[in-house]
Design a protein around this ligand. Structure first.
Ligand SMILES: [Zn+2]
Ligand SMILES: [Zn+2]
Length: 151
């Protein structure tokens, strides 16, 4: 009996590309390393829970922990180190303009689509799990940055 075919090994293009172009942590736009600016940010934990086929995403576990249920599948993540910003995002961050930063990210066309269906826990209102459309997801990711940003 013939052996089942193995899938081809993943290609390792990303390593070669990393030298030339990285991505902005705020809008995901490919950006030459020399044009990225680092913004200091404290490390923080974040969890993603799968509950009844719904993905629940925390902004961060310290400011807005979601109450776990025994049946939840939990993925723990640590967001570590400085966040790198492209020139457009850097200007919005320097101006403290959160709505502009979110708009840049959504309009960049480089964001990964959120897992579907997914909900977002906001530190402002933990009971309300918001539908994680791209704008809400980006706003939550940026909020985590603003909450943990270091001077
Ligand atoms: Zn950017
Ligand atoms: Zn936090």
């Amino acid at each position: 009996m013939p052996q089942p075919k193995r899938p081809p090994p993943p290609r390792l293009e990303t390593m070669a590309m990393a030298d030339q172009s990285l991505v902005c942590d705020f809008c995901n736009a490919p950006t030459p390393a020399a044009k990225l600016t680092a913004f200091r940010c404290a490390d923080f934990p974040r969890r993603v829970m799968v509950r009844d086929r719904i993905v629940l995403v925390e902004t961060c576990s310290c400011h807005g922990p979601i109450d776990l249920r025994p049946t939840d599948r939990v993925i723990e993540q640590n967001v570590i180190g400085a966040w790198m910003a492209c020139p457009r995002c850097r200007r919005a961050i320097a101006a403290g303009d959160r709505p502009r930063l979110a708009r840049i990210a959504v309009e960049s066309g480089h964001l990964e689509p959120p897992p579907v269906p997914s909900l977002l826990a906001s530190p402002d209102d933990l009971a309300a799990h918001l539908p994680a459309d791209p704008m809400a997801l980006v706003a939550a990711q940026h909020l985590a940055f603003w909450l943990h940003r270091e001077p």
